[in-house]
Design a protein around this ligand. Structure first.
Ligand code: HEC
Length: 422
């Protein structure tokens, strides 16, 4: 495909996806809050729904919930389903566009597994389907009556998928696919459970019968799952842009920690909104989980592994700090950060491993412009992006993508040496 079309297409699909997701998650948060705020009134006894008053946009709202349905069909009924469907559809399209469309950059890391783009796409899409079958199966099993056991089984499933993806995909694609598996559960809950149950309830109402309350309960359960999964999914969806999150060899553990952190934070709000007090311990747990995730990412980053001799090569080359003195005088000449000179050795490395993509007119087929505006064509530009280069090519091996230009460990050392001297 024409690179400019691919670039614009990617941007526009992402825009659609983010807007749809905001609408969906906004509605999901709103209804969880509303559910938690309902109070019994004489017309609706406890357990059968309730009423809440709200103030917004210059007026007061009196909202009532009838569980599982009111006595007769209302004339005008608003459905909330397309926010969910459009989020999934645009997300799936974006997944195909980015990860399957440019599989060599994003999906396949030959150091992990040298698969073809087609195999990669089939594994990814197959995993989404398999994930739903497992999750839905767990929910329909006997575990459904034991919420804590069910939650643990779902949690284990997420971590297992994260681990499995790490065996086939690039670190970035592994974390993103983990998010996509969970997001598929969330839309699957709407499509396969919540909506059909609501349709059944309506059919009963129209026929003049009382709908089965179990349908409402089941829908509410799935809807709560969606709520607890929201924050972790957003983390995984955004993680692609932050290689410290996904480049760890133990990123499946980071996935587990983030699921716990996101879940307990939602718990805090759900309990508080229901008037159940403030469970401040949840924030302690969430902070501890995130701190552990950061610690794991640092301890297992490629740079750290090299330093402690766990890397994939002999620790013979001088460490960045040992060699830093070689270039320190050159660095000292610069008066501002951006004016710092970049020596020839560094420019050589960048020139052979990075510039074919990071140029105003990239030579790499399929790229219309310097990715993310990162130009690495002159010493000034390279100096300007030094902090980003450190994250992408030294602390993590996010760049070159999947080491597509075969960057050597010594060349990363060269960059580390230069960066340490800055
Ligand atoms: C094959 C093409 C290619 C090569 C070679 C390449 N990059 Fe990139 N680079 C990309 C793409 C594509 C992105 C955008 C990734 C994304 O969408 O998140 C990117 C993004 C970046 C970013 C910005 C990251 C961000 O999200 O802010 C930096 C910094 C970077 N690359 C540095 C480097 C360095 C340093 C090298 C050489 C060691 C390098 N790149 C080699 C394609 C390449």
């Amino acid at each position: 495909m024409d690179p400019i079309l691919h670039e614009w297409g990617g941007f526009l699909i992402r825009w659609t996806h983010v807007v749809a997701a905001i609408a969906w998650i906004g509605a999901s948060f709103y209804f969880m809050h509303l559910d938690a705020s309902l109070r019994a009134i004489p017309a609706i006894p406890a357990g059968k729904g309730g009423e809440a008053w709200e103030v917004h946009g210059g007026g007061f709202y009196q909202v009532r919930k009838y569980l599982v349905a009111p006595d007769r069909m209302p004339e005008h009924l608003i459905w909330h389903k397309w926010q969910s469907y459009s989020t999934w559809l645009s997300g799936f399209f974006l997944l195909c566009w980015v990860y399957y469309g440019q599989a060599d950059l994003y999906l396949i890391d030959p150091a992990v597994r040298a698969i073809t783009p087609l195999t990669g796409a089939l594994v990814g899409i197959g995993a989404l389907a398999l994930g739903w079958l497992i999750y839905d199966g767990l929910n329909r099993s006997a575990l459904a009556n034991r919420p804590l056991v069910l939650a643990s089984a779902v949690f284990a499933t997420v971590v297992a998928f994260a681990y499995g993806f790490q065996q086939v995909f690039s670190g970035r694609a592994a974390m993103l696919h983990t998010g996509a598996v969970i997001a598929t559960w969330m839309t699957g809950n709407v499509f396969f459970v919540i909506m059909p149950n609501q349709r059944k309830a309506i059919a009963e109402l129209v026929a003049g019968r009382v709908p089965n309350p179990a349908w409402g309960k089941q829908a509410k359960n799935r809807s709560s799952h969606n709520n607890y999964l929201t924050l972790p999914v957003l983390f995984f969806m955004l993680s692609g842009h932050y290689p410290m999150a996904w480049s760890s060899s133990l990123s499946w553990m980071i996935v587990g920690l983030v699921v716990i952190a996101g879940g307990v934070v939602r718990h805090f709000f759900n309990v508080r909104n229901a008037g159940g007090g403030e469970r401040w311990w949840t924030w302690g747990v969430a902070s501890a989980c995130i701190a552990a995730a950061v610690a794991i990412s640092v301890a297992t980053s490629p740079a750290m592994r090299e330093r402690v001799g766990l890397g994939d090569r002999e620790a013979t080359s001088p460490s960045p700090t040992e060699t830093a003195s070689l270039v320190a005088p050159a660095a000292a000449q610069g008066t501002t950060r951006t004016a710092l000179p970049v020596d020839e050795a560094v420019m050589n490395v960048i020139g052979t491993r990075c510039s074919m993509c990071h140029a105003s007119e990239p030579l790499w087929p399929g790229l219309a412009a310097a990715p993310k505006g990162v130009l690495l064509d002159t010493p000034e530009h390279v100096a300007r992006f030094a902090p980003a280069i450190r994250i992408q090519a030294v602390l993590t091996h996010a760049m070159p993508p999947n080491n597509i230009t075969d960057m050597q460990p010594e060349e990363r050392d060269e960059l580390a040496r230069w960066l340490a001297a800055r």
